[in-house]
Design a protein around this ligand. Structure first.
Ligand SMILES: [Mg+2]
Length: 183
């Protein structure tokens, strides 16, 4: 089986540095749970999408080695996915490809190919994969239309997406390996 594994929000949490920076600049106290809209500039955050991406790019460039994983023991579960499938890293953060690769190496995340996708995250559905593991609600909606299966990684910003024939919400990588019936 060919699996497309997303990076930001699914295995990496650059959002924590974004929040740290934002809270300091604006004297606020936001947490991950306040990011309820994917792609941001929601009312709370009052910023342009371009500026948001600038901050996330800067986070990758300057702090790639400190960006946390989304959960403990992720590498073990990803190694299982890798062992029994073709597992590609598929990301739209093409501006920081080198830093993401260094992050993956440091975190001992095994994968077959690194695939950078230009433009919108929804462009991923045009690629030839059997299943997408991703946190993006936009990708989930698009994949549902194109009848491509998605394991939607549970995040505060994708809560409005309901399970369908093609979308299944998952809460952690134990659930992912169990869903894919990996021993
Ligand atoms: Mg993502």
């Amino acid at each position: 089986m060919k699996i497309a594994l997303d990076v930001e929000g699914t295995i990496a949490n650059p959002h924590l540095f974004f929040l740290e920076w934002y809270n300091k600049e604006n004297n606020t106290n936001y947490t991950l749970n306040d990011i309820t809209k994917w792609g941001y500039p929601q009312k709370n955050f009052n910023m342009s999408i371009e500026y948001f991406h600038e901050i996330i790019d800067k986070t990758w460039r300057e702090k790639w080695d400190k960006i946390p994983l989304t959960e403990d023991y992720l590498a073990t579960n990803i190694a299982l996915l890798y062992q029994f499938n073709t597992l590609d890293i598929v990301t739209c953060r093409v501006s920081c490809e080198d830093e993401i690769k260094k992050f993956l190496e440091k975190r001992i995340i095994k994968y077959d190919n690194f695939v950078g996708v230009e433009g919108s995250t929804t462009n991923k559905v045009k690629l030839d994969y059997n299943i997408f593991i991703d946190d993006s609600p936009k990708l989930a909606e698009k994949a549902n239309i194109f009848k491509k299966p998605v394991l939607l990684y549970d995040r505060p910003w994708n809560q409005k997406i309901k399970d369908t024939t093609y979308i299944k919400r998952v809460h952690n990588f134990n659930e992912i390996t169990a869903t894919l019936k990996i021993p």
